[in-house]
Write a protein that binds this ligand. Structure first.
Ligand code: EPU
Length: 339
């Protein structure tokens, strides 16, 4: 196919915050060839290239003086199947949750805990998406990316992606790699991950003692729908801050002050705190400043009640960060990519 370039396109439909800024140039890339054409067009126009997926982890604070290339490639296929272990490959532009549902329909386990996460397949490895005790790295086989510097395709193994909590090589080298397709290591017999209390509780409430992957997916969808706003109804980008990692001494000091502190000790000696708890404790939950606000059910999610600019959302985020630093001595880090 041949890339179709459009000028001065509103990005409102292409970011889940629903922020209305314009891109100097915009195009959908349906295949590898169109991605290469997009890179060449940006070079020719002397513009930076901004590659986006579902726009669900993006805060646009100004007009984008760049060529915005939206990954629109489609296709899901089984690459290998030994009767138990199954390798599934999906193109970057596939909608993440549609892939999850497709794998469950094939009787494949692995992605059920990652149900209903907004965004696309190609964006998932960028920040190593995770929820309810599973991260992308746990079900990852390999991926194919295009090196924007050389134009060559390269395959990445699990180790090469250097996945960490909401982090990867691709996030650390922004602008270098365009993820084209991702392969997942799934199974017809994988054990389920039920370590997240509310998931276990909900299954028990429903009287399910021997859940299937589809049961887990259904319960997780229900939990997410209760806590997290649907971007189609209320603009948001999921968790706005990462859960911060702090020294054990700070966690202990805070525990002395707040007996209900939510803290998860890590293998490396650091302690992960629940940013949602900190923001909630500081009284921000449900706070609203004009069209920008903090979600009433989950303090970790900033929302656009309609017409908020990226600057307004960013301004609110800065106020929260300052307050959390002063109150608890904890530095919050933004999760969405800022443009
Ligand atoms: N909490 C509060 N008040 C709040 C929110 C949370 O007190 O307003 C407390 C909860 O009671 C709980 C703890 O904080 O004890 C953690 O909350 P929750 O289990 O809801 O998870 P989270 O840490 O807020 C993380 C991910 C989510 C993921 C959930 C479930 C990050 C930044 N966020 O949220 O991911 O769905 O766990 O696994 O790690 C996303 O990345 O966009 C996202 C939604």
């Amino acid at each position: 196919m041949t890339l179709v370039l459009q000028k001065h396109v509103s990005l409102k439909p292409f970011n889940t915050f629903g922020v209305d800024v314009r891109a100097r140039l915009f195009a959908d890339a349906h295949d590898d060839q169109e991605v290469k054409e997009g890179i060449a067009a940006a070079m020719q126009e002397d513009l930076p290239l901004l590659v986006i997926g579902g726009g669900s982890n993006l805060l646009l604070s100004r007009d984008v003086d760049a060529l915005v290339l939206r990954m629109a490639s489609r296709g899901v296929r089984i690459l290998a199947d030994d009767g138990i272990r199954v390798c599934v490959e999906a193109e970057a532009g596939e909608v993440w949750d549609a892939l999850v549902r497709w794998t469950l329909e094939q009787g494949l386990a692995g992605l059920e805990n990652l149900s209903l996460i907004p965004g696309t397949v190609g964006a998932a490895p960028m920040q190593n998406i995770g929820a309810y005790g599973v991260e992308l790295k746990d079900v990852f086989d390999s991926l194919v990316a295009l090196d924007r510097q050389t134009g060559a395709l390269r395959e990445f193994s699990l180790a090469e992606c250097a996945f960490a909590y909401r982090d990867s090589l691709f996030k650390r080298e922004p602008g270098r790699w365009v993820i084209l397709r991702v392969r997942f290591a799934l199974s017809r017999q994988a054990p389920l991950h039920l370590d997240y209390g509310p998931v276990r509780q909900r299954l028990a409430d429903e009287g399910i003692s021997d859940p299937t992957p589809a049961d887990v997916a259904r319960v997780i969808c229900a939990i997410r729908r209760e806590k997290l706003p649907d971007p189609a109804q209320l603009g948001n980008a999921g968790s706005f801050f990462k859960n911060p990692l702090v020294p054990a001494s700070l966690a202990e000091r805070l525990r002395g002050e707040y007996s209900d502190l939510v803290a998860y000790p890590q293998a490396d000696g650091l302690v992960k705190l629940a940013a949602g708890w900190l923001i909630d404790k500081a009284g921000w939950k449900g706070f609203r400043d004009g069209p920008a606000g903090v979600h009433a059910q989950q303090a970790l999610v900033l929302v656009n009640y309609g017409g908020a600019s990226g600057q307004q959302l960013l301004g609110l985020a800065e106020r929260i960060r300052d307050d959390i630093r002063q109150r608890f001595g904890v530095e919050l880090e933004m999760e969405p990519n800022l443009y």
